[in-house]
Design a protein around this ligand. Structure first.
Ligand code: S3P
Length: 439
């Protein structure tokens, strides 16, 4: 897991992004490939797997439950599926590090197993809300305990049969949806989840890829428990959430022209493209095609002048991980950008509304945090030391801000970039960012 040393990024002002880059594999799809591959019958070959700490936490947890997994080697992983009922009790608590996705999705899966398990995480994950998944699971018949405030450790007592549920999500969250669908694989009867707004649908797509019937009717997703998964090859596209940093960097830095190759452009993930385009960004999708049920394309990004906008609330769930970077774009835009309806940002790896507002203010940007969003008046970015609060996406967003800053930006506490983007420093330098690290 991330080291406790204070890794700092020191980024010189100016520069431009050029060339052609393939950012690492999609984090959400990589997690799901391990989970479904482990439960499938047969051998699942994964390529393009993200070798970040979050996904390795999932991989190691399944190894600890007796699943033979080879790799990852250059993004290749071979999972020897044990079938729906082949997992073994882990000998110790499963440490999921910084990864909320691992914990929430696995809580659903493990609630349905015949054995007990305990899920723990790092300091940040230990503060994140889990009642959103444990409450509906308990109403399905599961026996799960958290702390009084609903945070980890998550203690699951196995051997409790689950009943299908008809559940309307209180927040638009793919993690809650996926958790309940995974529990639903084992439940008696039908499990239906209704979303208040569309969220990433990788679980549904991958279940179908593994031969499991999933019915989708508008905003309701249903499946019947008791089926089987059949192994299938998975080609993980590059993560649009990682590509976002380069999209924003190239957009704000004059002279930039960069192509991001083989990026996943699933319609439930392209809020960032829609929002940046509304602000005036120059993004072109080239070579669009489909790999294993997920659409991909190369994204060419050239510098453009941005204008502030009121971000449409329907785009919020579709860009939920991209707001730290979008805030940097807003800081470079002419006029005011207003985000509302994004309270969920306060319970991510950090409180992304507060932490981004703090950093932008250090740089002299007029940024006002609100309960569920932010108001940013674009202007000049100065220089200074900002804190990522151990949040990978905050660290990478402020790295891009330096492209338009007046002076050096020093970013504290960047080790967590390894959770989602292990070769970020190398790719950022290769593309034109003047970045050194210090400890
Ligand atoms: C994820 C869903 C999102 C996202 C997270 C990954 C997933 O969380 O923020 O990084 O893989 O399902 P929520 O569904 O809680 O918004």
């Amino acid at each position: 897991m991330s080291s406790s040393t204070n890794l700092q990024y020191i980024v010189q002002a100016g520069g431009q992004l050029r060339g052609s880059v393939r950012v690492p594999g999609d984090k959400s799809i990589s997690h799901r490939s391990i989970m479904l591959g482990a439960l499938a019958e047969g051998v699942t070959e994964v390529s393009g797997f993200l070798q970040g700490e979050d996904n390795l936490a999932t991989l190691n947890a399944f190894r600890a439950m007796g699943v033979r997994i080879e790799g990852p080697t250059n993004g290749q992983v071979t999972i020897h599926g044990v079938g729906m009922h082949g997992l073994h009790a882990p000998a110790a608590p499963l440490n999921l590090g910084n990864s909320g996705t691992s914990m929430r999705l696995m809580t659903g899966l493990l609630a349905a197993q015949p054995f007990d398990s305990v899920l723990i995480g790092d300091e940040s994950l230990s503060k994140r809300p889990m009642k959103r998944v444990t409450a509906p699971l308990i109403s399905m018949g599961a026996n799960i305990q958290t702390t009084n405030t609903g945070t980890p450790p998550v203690k699951i007592q196995g051997g409790h049969p689950l009943q299908g549920i008809n559940y309307t999500l209180p927040v638009a969250s793919a993690q809650i949806k996926s958790c309940l669908l995974l529990a639903g694989l084992y439940a008696n009867g039908r499990t239906c989840v209704t979303e208040p707004a569309p969220t990433r649908d990788h679980t549904e797509r991958m279940l179908r890829g593994f031969g499991y019937a999933v019915e989708v009717n508008g905003n309701q997703i249903c499946l019947h428990g008791g089926g089987k998964l059949q192994a299938c090859p998975i080609d993980v596209p590059a993560d649009i959430s990682s590509a976002t940093f380069f999209m924003v960097g190239a957009t704000i830095a004059p002279g930039s022209d960069i192509t991001l190759r083989h990026v996943g452009i699933n319609p439930t993930r392209i809020g960032v493209i829609n929002i940046l385009r509304l602000m005036g960004a120059d993004l072109t999708l080239e070579n669009a095609h489909e790999v294993g049920g997920e659409p991909v394309a190369d994204i060419r990004v050239r510098h453009a002048k941005l204008k502030g906008i009121r971000i449409p609330e329907d785009q919020v769930p579709l860009a939920i991980d991209e707001f730290p970077a979008i805030f940097i774009a807003a800081a470079c835009a002419e006029g005011e950008t207003v985000l509302t309806g994004a309270h969920e940002l306060r319970v991510k790896e950090s409180d992304r509304i507060q932490v981004m507002a703090d950093g932008l203010q250090v740089l002299g940007v007029d940024a006002t945090p609100t309960e569920d969003g932010m108001i940013i008046r674009g202007g000049t970015l100065g220089s200074g030391t900002v804190h990522s609060r151990g949040d990978h996406r905050i660290a990478m967003s402020f790295t891009m801000a330096a492209l338009r800053a007046k002076g050096v930006i020093r970013i504290e506490d960047c080790a967590n970039v390894n959770t989602s983007f292990p070769d970020f420093v190398e790719l950022a330098r290769k593309s034109g960012i003047n970045l050194v690290t210090a400890e």
